[in-house]
Design a protein around this ligand. Structure first.
Ligand code: AHR
Length: 497
């Protein structure tokens, strides 16, 4: 089986916006309490943050982290989470039917994010609240001082403003499960008026309009068209969310689901550009793919979790090897759309559908999906080159014409490095990759990293890391031609310099 690819330093899609390697922490399950924050843990710092978790997050090099939700934000009073910790209320948290203790709130999260070298992408509540709470939060976070809300922040011990730049106007407001769910008209009106008030407080901020909570929603893409009619001039991005699963144990279809993601991105771009044309606007809207991942393993277990617990183990998917392959395909898909996708958040980061897991009081460990994300975030910085790929294809239950090879290349001019990311979707045979890279003729392979495993269902645990990359790939470069054997069902990172 053979696939060919042509890349050239002149065939450029776009610079990679580092924020496509963003992630997400929601007040949900053990993401915050028992995840990033566990004051009684032996490795907690003086603020209660687990240093072992911080280390694993730092390695992933995540430039931006969305917070505090998710469905959670649509019932959240941000004022509950600031000021003296012992005075903060315990609340019924309706989205996940838990108890929220508010021991961590805006200021603590901003501090934590700084410690892991990330910026915060803040979401405001457009479910139970609206313009007033949102503009006050912007004032609390971003205004230097001398006003009620900014002085309150200062009195809470934060003299300098947080200068949070990116703000989400609500979360999944098209979803009937959302607290304060809205029609497209209702959301569009509320979002645009909230946007205006927030920008009056701080004109430097950038805003994300809520897109559909997935492309299978019955209101997609009409939701995008109707809401953007209202918000287009005031916002900079529109959100996309997508989770995939392998419920029928049909791996060929599962690994092809990044094609669905690709089509979803194309449709949202088309809808944005339709509104741009309709408005005779000069502005191009960008995409914020601010929730994406595999999510399905924990669905059944979650049904048995009692309501009204503090930090119950919700959405704790244990990822297997094939999940890491799809995550790799999804990363490649995001990179191929680097001209329009400027922000993306792997949902989520710790314990809740996450690359990093913790035991309460115990270890922190890496799931299988940690690795493709790590590699893309580490080596996928620079300029995305448009890959001209010719690959054998397959048909499966859910898709036709699925290429066995999923691949893209990123050129890092600063470091003079070229990286080819490639997934071989074939479950039984290796794929010979021949990549014509003649504009990099004098380059040599420095490393060919591979993630592979005999068992598609192999998982990692706190005790044993069964799925981890090795560096024994056989890629080589001769006279401008890269050749490599991509093992059956594998994620590959071919680094050249
Ligand atoms: O990430 C988990 C949940 O998925 C989020 O709270 C919600 O926005 C989405 O439905």
């Amino acid at each position: 089986l053979k696939a060919t690819m042509v890349i050239d330093r002149e065939f450029q899609i776009s610079a990679v916006d580092p924020r496509i390697y963003g992630s997400f922490i929601e007040h949900l399950g053990r993401a915050v309490y028992g995840g990033i924050y566990e004051p009684d843990h032996p490795l907690a710092d003086e603020r209660g943050f687990r240093t072992d978790v911080m280390e694993l997050v730092k390695q992933l090099n995540v430039p931006i982290i969305r917070y505090p939700g998710g469905n959670f934000v649509s019932g959240y009073n941000w004022e509950d989470g600031v000021g003296p910790v012992d005075k903060r209320p315990r609340r019924l948290e309706l989205a996940w039917r838990s108890i929220e203790t508010n021991q961590v709130g805006t200021n603590e999260f901003v501090e934590w994010a700084k410690s892991v070298n990330s910026e915060v992408m803040m979401a405001v509540n457009l479910g139970t609240r609206g313009i007033d709470a949102a503009r006050n939060l912007v004032e609390y976070c971003n205004h230097p001082g001398g006003t009620y809300w900014s002085d309150l922040r200062i009195s809470h011990g934060y003299r300098k403003p947080h200068r949070i730049k990116i703000w989400c106007l609500g979360n999944e407001m098209d979803g009937p499960w959302q607290i304060g769910h809205k029609t497209a008209e209702e959301y569009g009106r509320l979002a645009v008026e909230t946007a205006r008030a927030m920008k009056m407080v701080d004109p430097e901020i950038e805003l994300v309009s809520c897109g559909s909570s997935g492309s299978s929603m019955p209101t997609f893409p009409e939701w995008e068209a109707v809401t953007l009619e209202h918000t287009y001039d005031e916002v900079d991005y529109i959100s996309l969310h997508s989770y995939y699963g392998n419920r029928n144990n049909d791996t060929p279809s599962f690994l092809a689901k990044s094609l669905d993601m690709d089509q979803y991105i194309r449709t949202v771009i088309a809808t944005c550009d339709y509104i741009k044309a309709k408005k005779r606007s000069k502005k191009t809207l960008y995409l914020s793919f601010d929730e994406w991942n595999v999510w399905y393993h924990s669905n059944e277990a979650d049904k048995n979790i009692e309501p009204w617990l503090v930090a119950p183990p919700l959405l704790e998917d244990v990822y297997n090897f094939e999940d890491a392959l799809l995550v790799g395909c999804m990363l490649i898909t995001l990179l191929k759309h680097a001209d329009r996708v400027k922000i993306a958040c792997l949902a989520q980061l710790v314990n809740v559908i996450a690359p990093i897991m913790t035991e309460n009081g115990g270890k922190a460990w890496k799931q299988t999906i940690y690795y493709p994300f790590l590699h893309a975030s580490t080596y996928g910085r620079g300029t995305v080159l448009n890959p001209v790929v010719s690959s054998p294809k397959y048909d499966c239950a859910e898709f036709t014409d699925v290429p066995y090879l999923e691949s893209v290349a990123v050129y890092n001019e600063e470091r003079e490095e070229l990286t080819i990311f490639a997934v071989n979707r074939h479950l039984a045979e290796p794929l010979l990759l021949q990549c014509d890279a003649r504009s990099f003729e004098n380059y040599r392979v420095i490393e060919h990293i591979i993630l592979e495993h005999e068992d598609l269902k192999a998982v990692n645990t706190a005790e044993e890391e069964r799925v981890k990359p090795h560096h024994n790939g056989n890629a080589e470069m001769r006279e401008g031609m890269v050749t490599a054997s991509l093992p059956k069902a594998s994620w590959n990172v071919i680094r050249l310099k």
